[in-house]
Design a protein. Structure first.
Length: 436
């Protein structure tokens, strides 16, 4: 079964009060009830100051200020250095707004003041219940639920969705990542007490005005139906900045949206995760470790691309919502200075979790996996901050919502390469440590 590692797991409810505005769209939606409670779910592995922590939150994002507060509280209570803890968001669009500076959705400031403590509580509880266990790993392909949402038009531009005029459509503009990865933690002779599930699929399925963790909640219900109601299931979202659940070009597909689609996706991924977990093999090495970088990243400059997109928006008699937002926000745009951007790679035995602090395009995630020396590589987006979308270079020039400067992207177009290269360096360093 391999050598044991010490692991603890816990979860804490972080559901905001009903009446809180929901994030994810460009207009306020006031919550009127709850379908699934939102959770902060934590795994802490290892011992002493060499332990590592992973906390997945059912939130749209976790800004760096929130991360810093939660890390500080965990370090004070457990002694685990904050830089050894990864805090990520699932990116549910039926949860509270966490970006206090955003001017589109009013944040619930009273709730936000409690949020770092709730997230920290999950990490602290996980650290307190560590026990010897065996890590096992597995992966398989899962297709038919995730689709690239960017489309190439016949004029060479790209856009979100194929649009109404299919005669102008050249085809789907990018790939998906079909790998579903599962890590299980179990005491010898027992079912797993904790599971990590990783897949690349935007979490904006449920929609509406009810608070919900979306399909990760159904994944949890499905896995708990086999392993028991106390099983802690962390869903960590992969590189899915340009991936969603909509089968745009399929003639027959059902269901299409809402809670029925949420249930379908959650059961399908949860069932497949169980199949993978039952066939998972113990990790040869049960070591935990972490390597991270903090980079100074320039803001999006007033370059030819930004000026061209702005001029095009201003030329429209009736600019669309995103063009109008670009015109409004560009009036106050200041590209001077840099922003601190953190990347972090956590090693759990034969697996690594590579991270990106924004909505990462799937192409970058696939590149991280391609160049990782580890047999199991999971990519975790919206980790330790939320800097906006992280598109490919090509996407910037071809257009589309996710590649709109200032509105969707605040930092340099080079950010995707910078984040990917930083993860590459960290993986190589972790591999060197393993070899010695």
């Amino acid at each position: 079964m391999g050598n044991p590692m010490k692991v603890g797991a816990a979860e804490v409810v972080i559901t905001p009060p009903v009446g809180t505005a929901l994030a994810g769209y460009f207009e306020p939606r006031i919550s009127t009830g709850v379908i699934h409670d939102l959770k902060a779910k934590a795994i802490v592995a290892g011992e002493g100051k060499q332990a590592v922590g992973i906390i997945a939150c059912d939130l749209i994002c976790v800004p760096k200020g929130l991360v810093a507060e939660a890390r500080a509280a965990i370090e004070a209570a457990t002694g685990i250095p904050g830089e050894r803890i990864l805090i990520c968001a699932t990116h549910t669009h039926t949860g509270p707004e966490t970006r206090g500076s955003r001017d589109l959705i009013p944040p619930n400031d009273e709730y936000l003041a409690t949020l770092p403590g709730l997230i920290a509580e999950a990490g602290i509880r996980a650290a307190q219940n560590r026990r010897e266990c065996v890590l096992a790993l597995g992966t398989d392909r899962e297709e038919g639920l995730a689709f690239n949402r960017r489309f190439r038009m016949r004029d060479g531009t790209e856009q979100f969705g194929p649009g109404p005029d299919l005669d102008e459509l050249a085809g789907v503009a990018g790939p998906t990542d079909p790998k579903l990865s599962v890590l299980t933690f179990a005491e010898v002779g027992s079912d797993p007490f904790a599971v990590i599930v990783n897949y690349s699929l935007h979490i904006d399925v449920t929609s509406g005005n009810l608070i919900s963790a979306d399909y990760p909640a159904v994944i949890t219900e499905t896995i708990r139906g086999v392993y028991g109601p106390d099983t802690i299931v962390l869903f960590v979202n992969g590189a899915c900045g340009n991936i969603n659940h909509v089968p745009y070009l399929m003639e027959r597909a059902w269901p299409l949206s809402g809670n029925a689609k949420t249930t379908q996706i959650g059961r399908a991924l949860g069932g497949k995760a169980l199949c993978i977990a039952e066939k998972a093999l113990p990790s040869v090495d049960q070591t935990v470790d972490v390597v991270g970088e903090v980079m100074d990243v320039p803001f999006f400059d007033w370059d030819a691309l930004l000026q061209s997109r702005l001029a095009d928006a201003r030329s429209k008699a009736e600019p669309n919502f995103f063009e109008a937002t670009l015109i409004r926000w560009a009036e106050e745009w200041d590209p001077e200075g840099t922003e601190k951007v953190e990347t972090q790679v956590i090693r759990l035995g034969d697996a690594v979790l590579c991270s990106a602090p924004g909505e990462l395009f799937v192409e970058w995630g696939l590149e991280m996996k391609k160049w990782s020396p580890f047999p199991h590589t999971l990519v975790v987006e919206l980790a330790n901050d939320s800097v906006g979308y992280i598109p490919t270079y090509e996407a910037f020039w071809r257009g589309g919502y996710e590649a709109t400067p200032v509105v969707s992207v605040r930092l340099t177009p080079a950010l995707g390469q910078m984040v990917t290269d930083a993860n590459f360096r960290s993986c190589q360093e972790l591999w060197r440590r393993r070899a010695t």
